[in-house]
Design a protein around this ligand. Structure first.
Ligand SMILES: Cc1cc2nc3c(=O)[nH]c(=O)nc-3n(C[C@H](O)[C@H](O)[C@H](O)COP(=O)(O)O)c2cc1C
Length: 192
């Protein structure tokens, strides 16, 4: 017998936000995801937190932003993720994630989510002087080898204050949704 659709839970999206100038606009991704029937929780890097309106995001998502590790014994503040969007993704976090460094909650979640098979899309936001560093190319290669879905955005010129084109927040959803097979009742996979 088929479950009534009203009883189905929406898939849960973690949005990992890094310390990029454009981070303040992450509400655009949250709105788009909610319109496309996701529930959303935000995890910010400690530096990224300073770019965000934490109260606005709590109101929009219904969850507090996570940024620090929880205390031992404390309940997990967010449901487990069905998918993760890293948007915007900084040069720093991409390189650390690819290297397996886990010194922020955001990185801890990303490093473990791979082993748990949670689909992840990453939308880098950085300038061409950063992408020129050889470590960055190697990081992307490693992430591709881990089946991480990488957005098509181009780097902006150094010292330009950002890209000329609008940041394509929804590309994260476009990349992730085929991974879920359009099954909103899909079983959840755990994250830390
Ligand atoms: C106003 C401002 C805008 C920034 N924008 C970017 C950016 O778009 N991309 C990036 O990789 N770093 C950017 N940075 C540098 C990062 O904030 C810095 O590398 C930080 O350590 C990244 O931390 P996280 O990866 O833990 O979020 C910016 C810094 C400032 C102050």
């Amino acid at each position: 017998m088929t479950e009534p659709s009203a009883a189905r839970k929406k898939p849960f999206l973690y949005v990992v936000v890094c310390a990029c100038g454009i981070a303040a606009d992450v509400g655009e991704l949250i709105t788009a995801a909610q319109e496309r029937h996701w529930d959303v929780g935000v995890i910010a890097t400690p530096q990224g937190l300073g770019f965000l309106d934490t109260e606005a995001i709590r109101t929009q998502t219904g969850y507090p932003i996570r940024s620090a590790w929880r205390a031992p014994g404390e309940a997990r503040p967010l449901p487990p993720a069905d998918a993760i969007a890293v948007a915007p993704a900084s040069f720093n976090t991409i390189n650390k994630w690819a290297a397996g460094i886990s010194d922020t909650l955001a990185l801890g979640i990303l490093c473990e989510a791979y082993g748990m098979g949670v689909p992840i899309a990453v939308l880098p936001h950085m300038n061409a002087a950063q992408t020129a560093h050889p470590a960055y190319r190697q990081s992307l290669e490693r992430l591709r080898g881990m089946n991480i879905l990488i957005g098509s955005g181009e780097p902006h010129p150094p010292k330009s204050g950002g890209g000329a084109d609008p940041f394509r927040w929804q590309e994260a959803l476009d990349l992730l949704e085929p991974q879920l097979g359009h099954r909103p009742d899909r079983g959840r996979r755990g994250t830390p």
